[in-house]
Design a binder for this molecule. Structure first.
Ligand SMILES: [Zn+2]
Length: 263
């Protein structure tokens, strides 16, 4: 039938209702409603940080960059435990799908951990671009809670090295020039294998290979519902597209999906 362009939550409910389990694919658009500016927006990270500085080679080579990064984490500017950013209506609506066992899993491009903060079981979230909760040594792979590293930074070690091997430590987020974590991609594929529908919430589905999850859903003939302000790369694949804020329409859609399925 092609792409619906109207804000028609009822049609989205019709499409999603028969699905026993829904895979939800989220991007920056769900987090902006928690006050996290889109990277590319007027207050976004790109106004404070040169994207080239987020390349793993520069991070390796430049201690000044690493010190600046840890300082930003310490100041709560990068969405970790030190940040006051909280999940919003959209995250909570997705959590309700899980509470009713209607969620195949969340595949997210976000590193802010807001799906976890909403109470969603970690097993149900695939963080394709990593997360800021954990940090790791890029040489030996040892991992820590980022909080522990921030404790070292607070104590005066502004560019902490790995105590095991002396290697460089970074948060477990995927920088430019790095591969996506295999484990998270595998998890996403497991969600896809048990999903009966795909709901895109706040992503332009433009960043590969994360976008592959949605494209594969289409190849499997799963119905695709997209909620996003502005066009996406997957609009032509969608059974319906809602050009709306997530918090504006998702709670209502989840209500609809759950109400008619209650036995
Ligand atoms: Zn190490």
């Amino acid at each position: 039938m092609g792409v619906g362009q109207v804000n028609d939550s009822a049609s989205a409910v019709e499409i999603l209702r028969p699905a026993e389990r829904i895979l939800v694919f989220t991007g920056a658009g769900i987090s902006t409603e928690s006050g996290i500016p889109d990277f590319r927006g007027p207050d976004g990270l790109w106004t404070k940080v040169d994207p080239d500085d987020l390349h793993i080679d520069r991070y390796r080579a430049n201690p000044e960059l690493r010190r600046r990064g840890w300082k930003m984490h310490l100041d709560g500017e990068l969405w970790g435990a030190r940040s006051s950013v909280m999940p919003n209506l959209g995250h909570h609506a997705i959590k309700r799908l899980a509470d009713h066992e209607r969620l195949a899993g969340v595949v997210t491009q976000n590193v802010d951990g807001l799906h976890h903060k909403s109470g969603l079981d970690a097993d149900l979230v695939a963080e394709l671009h990593g997360n800021v909760r954990e940090s790791l040594c890029i040489d030996c792979g040892r991992a820590w809670d980022t909080e522990e590293i921030l404790g070292w930074v607070e104590a005066g070690d502004l560019d902490p090295a790995c105590p095991e091997c002396g290697g460089i430590v970074k948060t477990a987020t995927v920088m430019f020039g790095e591969l996506l974590p295999d484990r998270e991609m595998a998890k996403a594929m497991q969600f896809l294998a048990i999903a009966d529908a795909v709901l895109v919430a706040g992503s332009t589905v433009a960043v590969w290979p994360a976008s592959d999850v949605v494209m594969r859903g289409a190849l499997l003939s799963l119905p695709i519902v997209i909620i996003n302000q502005g066009p996406t790369e997957a609009d032509h694949l969608a059974a319906i597209k809602l050009d709306a804020g997530i918090g504006e329409v998702l709670p209502e859609i989840v209500d609809g999906v759950l109400a008619v399925s209650r036995r």
